[in-house]
Design a protein around this ligand. Structure first.
Ligand code: C2E
Ligand code: MG
Ligand code: MG
Ligand code: MG
Length: 278
């Protein structure tokens, strides 16, 4: 009896595993398809000057518009895209679409400030066409490169520090700036921060979430603000959801914020409405 049960169990798990593997193959196929068909939409989350609550920039955030499943969040497909080596294609589609919209809005008379783009260093490090393709998109859209901020995360930076520095320097030589995203969550040391050509730090939302109650997070936030100041870097806090958080940041010397308290990521139509274009 036990033996029988064991075998059934085995069959069950094996069936489950086969199902999982098949689902993965399926979504992988769909993702490659989505790249072919450019099934990606860019949403924009405004970045704010805390003092007067004006928009000083926007961050481009990708969404997969699946023809059957609807809108899929980047946290659901970016890791897979990195794993199967297609993230770079997605980043390029996003850069192209985001820059196009950004320039179009400027031509209509509204200055959004800066455009922040998330870029996966994993792929950039492997692919030598990245800079070339980036230059091409810049040329096609005629965007002012000094308005562009490239966001990279700490963890990705550390794989090959020298190669990373070289690429970041190249990006900066084109006029763009570099921000370090999700700051404080990786294993980065201060020496990495010193070595990298970074213009801006984004305080990760995990530090902001439980402010002002959480004393540890409060101390860490103050420490990050002090680091940015002492290294002469620009600074923005992510995930600001309440007025108290915004006030506390301002008080401690962080002047820029991004979060649901101000705006959620907006589709292009909603963004135009917010800024009075449309
Ligand atoms: P991120 O770059 O750190 O972006 C911030 C994330 O926090 C976004 O999630 C945003 O919608 C969310 N967020 C903003 N304000 C708040 C808030 O007040 N509260 C909370 N709880 N969340 C807030 P999203 O859009 O799901 O993006 C997730 C991550 O996916 C991004 O994190 C980024 O690492 C990655 N990603 C997004 N677009 C791209 C892209 O085009 N290329 C690459 N390589 N990665 C991307
Ligand atoms: Mg980001
Ligand atoms: Mg972040
Ligand atoms: Mg993140």
């Amino acid at each position: 009896k036990a033996k029988e049960l064991g075998r059934n169990n085995y069959q069950f798990y094996s069936k489950e595993m086969t199902k999982k593997a098949m689902e993965r193959v399926e979504i992988e196929k769909e993702l490659r398809n989505a790249i072919q068909n450019e099934e990606f939409e860019v949403h924009f989350q405004p970045q704010i000057s805390i003092k007067n609550e004006s928009i000083i920039g926007v961050e481009a955030l990708v969404r997969w518009m699946h023809p059957q499943k609807g809108m899929i969040s980047p946290i659901k497909f970016i890791p897979l895209a990195e794993e199967i080596g297609v993230i770079e294609s997605i980043d390029k589609i996003v850069m192209k679409k985001a820059m196009k919209s950004f320039v179009e809005i400027k031509q209509k008379g509204f200055d959004l400030g800066t455009l922040s783009l998330n870029v996966s260093m994993l792929q950039i490090n492997k692919d030598n066409n990245f800079i070339k393709d980036l230059k091409q998109i810049i040329e096609d859209t005629k965007i002012d490169t000094t308005k562009i901020i490239i966001e990279i995360t700490e963890t990705q930076v550390m794989k090959d520090i020298n190669k990373t520095i070289k690429i970041l320097e190249e990006i900066r030589s084109l006029g763009m700036k570099i921000a370090i995203d999700d700051f404080g969550t990786g294993q980065s040391s201060l020496s990495y921060l010193k070595k990298l050509p970074i213009n801006k730090i984004k305080i990760d939302q995990s530090f902001i979430r439980d402010l002002p109650q959480d004393k540890d997070d409060y101390e860490l936030t103050k420490a990050i603000i002090a680091i940015a100041k002492s290294m002469n870097m620009n600074l923005i806090a992510e995930g600001v959801e309440t007025k108290e958080q915004a006030e506390l940041l301002l008080e401690e010397g962080c002047f820029e914020a991004q979060g649901y308290y101000y705006y959620k990521p907006l589709g292009i139509k909603a963004l135009k409405q917010v800024i009075g274009l449309s």
